[in-house]
Design a protein around this ligand. Structure first.
Ligand SMILES: [Zn+2]
Ligand SMILES: [Zn+2]
Length: 165
């Protein structure tokens, strides 16, 4: 597996857990297996790995749940964001692409676990727009922006994550 020297940061939605990697592997992929679907609460996990020795947790620590003897799932205990899939024996941590500050940087090269791919996956590009008007969207976007608790997509000096209620 090729390695790419690239600086990558990311973290959870609330900002309590942040990471930084100085090298990445070229294994960007979508895993459709049932365990990844459950772990991310989506229809697939979009993942790309950092070698463990190139990955540091720059704020907080991920909570870890062992989904089997071989695999750890990392997430933020405060806000619940899924952060990684990690085979405990292969020395790399597959980060969730959605938790990266720049998720567009790692287009996937492969689908895996396709026996559990939902039947409508191939139809996604053809699904209709929901019909909300531009004005509806602007009002909603303004309302969210006015009370947004999400951490920005960059490293910050300090951040007071709202505690879980
Ligand atoms: Zn969080
Ligand atoms: Zn999987």
């Amino acid at each position: 597996m090729d390695r790419v020297d690239i600086e990558v940061s990311g973290g959870c939605q609330c900002g309590a857990v942040r990471y930084h990697a100085t090298q990445m592997l070229d294994n960007s992929h979508l895993c459709h297996c049932r365990m990844c679907q459950k772990a991310v609460g989506g229809i697939f996990a979009a993942l790309v790995a950092a070698p463990d020795e190139k990955l540091v947790w720059t704020r907080g620590e991920p909570a870890v749940w062992r989904s089997s003897e071989h695999v750890e799932r990392g997430f933020c205990a405060n806000c619940g964001t899924p952060l990684f899939y990690r085979d405990v024996n292969n020395g790399r941590t597959n980060l969730t692409i959605g938790s990266l500050d720049n998720p567009g940087d790692f287009p996937p090269h492969a689908n895996s676990g396709t026996e559990n791919m939902v039947g409508w996956f191939q139809t996604i590009p053809t699904i209709e727009d929901d019909g909300a008007t531009e004005a509806d969207r602007e009002d909603w976007a303004a309302a969210i922006k006015a009370s947004n608790n999400q951490h920005p997509d960059r490293d910050t000096e300090s951040w007071n994550a709202k505690p879980r209620q």
